[in-house]
Design a protein around this ligand. Structure first.
Ligand code: PA5
Length: 424
């Protein structure tokens, strides 16, 4: 399902030298003996997930079928990025099934929130608020505004259109949902936000958005089984994890996550959060950044080719993206493009990928890691996400970092709360 190509990675160390460390970290992840071990519930979740809650999600989707055309998803960070990345990767940017999914709760932008309110005025809306802590300010601000919108629009029926995904027992959102009588879904204690897309955090919005969540979970379970080996030779997630560490030691301070389709830019955003929040602490880590080619070859391309050599590239290349078209012949050929007539656009894109890889790697001297994924199906999404979870846990353990906390995020909150006059 995933093929990792390290032939252009320019590693100056043999991967096998890391086998012992990898085996220890593998045990720590699977046997819960490493740092942050309260938060490794995601490791076996693809097999252990709550089947009755899963069924409840499918039932809710069935019950609401035909009653909504707009899904508002209110959450931030790990409470929204995975679902958004999945919807865009699997359904594209302009799906034709009549369901629009709008993400709120991820910004204080008054302009954005006002525009969403205007945009949905005449739509049939359901609202899923998602917060593990139940107290995240961006989410709470938006939720109050959209809750009022729902109550004004639907009156008593609003409570049947609002669903809360939060802690099973604690938190302000939990209390509010109990009082209002919203249907609730649980974020397990031992799964942190950015590792939660296979829980109701991702599954409920995805089901409402017509994504095949059964195929998605099957992809994650197959990834669990196939990647449950400490052997570096057999485990591409661990080879990727080690390659990052070697490049880090070689002095590369940034990693570009590169995609070749505009509908994959949110995958890059999700990946940035996963690696950024997991690894960037104790003065360590590789800066996760991203680019979408060939679009960004017309902005960042110059820097990547000839600028300061501090970054490497990790390319997510999807071998069989759905929907293709043949470039048309033109009788007059006024644009001089007939040399491509009859070629598939997927072939043009592949040539761009191969040419760019050669330019950046051979001419530019940049290390390039290529991750080949079969296609953009729900199954492949599930498989790929688990691959990155595992790679991230491993690469952080190899750096002696706790991948499952984010203490630095609190600093801006404290300063902001003081300025907002939030009661202690
Ligand atoms: O990965 C994480 O833990 C964070 O990015 C959280 O998902 C994010 O801060 C939102 O938190 P919450 O779900 O508690 O509102």
């Amino acid at each position: 399902m995933i093929k990792l190509d390290l032939k252009d990675a320019k590693l100056n160390e043999d991967l096998s030298l890391w086998q012992e460390k990898v085996s220890k970290a593998h045990r720590d992840l699977h046997e819960k003996t490493g740092v942050g071990n309260d938060f490794v519930g995601w490791v076996k979740w693809p097999l252990d997930y709550d089947k009755s809650e899963f069924e409840r999600i499918l039932q809710l989707k069935k019950r609401m079928e035909g009653k909504y055309d707009t899904v508002l998803v209110c959450g931030i960070g790990g409470s929204y990025l995975g679902a958004r990345a999945a919807i865009e990767m699997i359904k594209g940017l302009y799906p034709d099934d009549g369901i629009e999914v709008i993400f709120v709760g991820n910004t204080f932008s008054h302009t954005y929130i006002s525009q969403v309110l205007e945009h949905i005025r005449n739509k049939e809306v359901v609202l899923n608020v998602i917060s593990k802590s139940g107290t995240t300010t961006e989410t709470s601000v938006s939720f109050r505004i959209f809750k009022h919108f729902m109550e004004e629009k639907y009156g008593a029926e609003a409570k049947d259109r609002i669903y809360a995904t939060t802690d099973k027992a604690r938190g302000t959102l939990k209390e509010l949902a109990d009082k209002e009588g919203y249907e609730q879904f649980v974020i397990p204690d031992d799964i942190g936000g950015r590792y939660s897309v296979f829980t109701a955090v991702g599954l409920l919005p995805l089901a409402l958005a017509n994504v095949d969540i059964e195929a998605l979970m099957k992809g994650s379970a197959d990834a669990y089984r196939e990647l449950n080996t400490d052997s570096l030779e057999e485990n591409p997630a661990y080879r990727y994890a080690v390659a990052r560490r070697i490049l880090d030691k070689q002095g590369y301070t940034a990693e570009y996550f590169v995609t070749y389709h505009l509908q994959l830019t949110m995958i890059a955003e999700w990946w940035k959060q996963l690696f950024g929040e997991s690894e960037g602490k104790d003065g360590k880590g590789i800066l996760p950044t991203s680019a979408c080619f060939t679009t960004d070859l017309h902005s960042l391309g110059q820097f990547i080719q000839e600028g300061k050599k501090t970054e490497f590239e990790t390319i997510l290349y999807i071998d069989e993206m759905e929907k293709d078209l043949v470039f048309p012949e033109d009788r007059d050929d006024l644009d001089h493009m007939n040399y491509l007539a009859g070629k598939k656009l997927s072939w043009v894109s592949q040539m761009a990928f191969e040419g760019t890889l050669s330019a950046h790697s051979e001419d530019g001297g940049n290390p390039n890691i290529v991750i080949h994924l079969k296609d953009n199906s729900a199954y492949s999404f599930g498989y790929m996400i688990y691959f990155f979870f595992l790679a991230c846990g491993m690469t952080c353990y190899l750096l002696d970092i706790n991948p499952f906390n984010q203490p630095g995020v609190e600093v801006y909150k404290k300063k902001m709360f003081k300025l907002l006059g939030k009661p202690e």
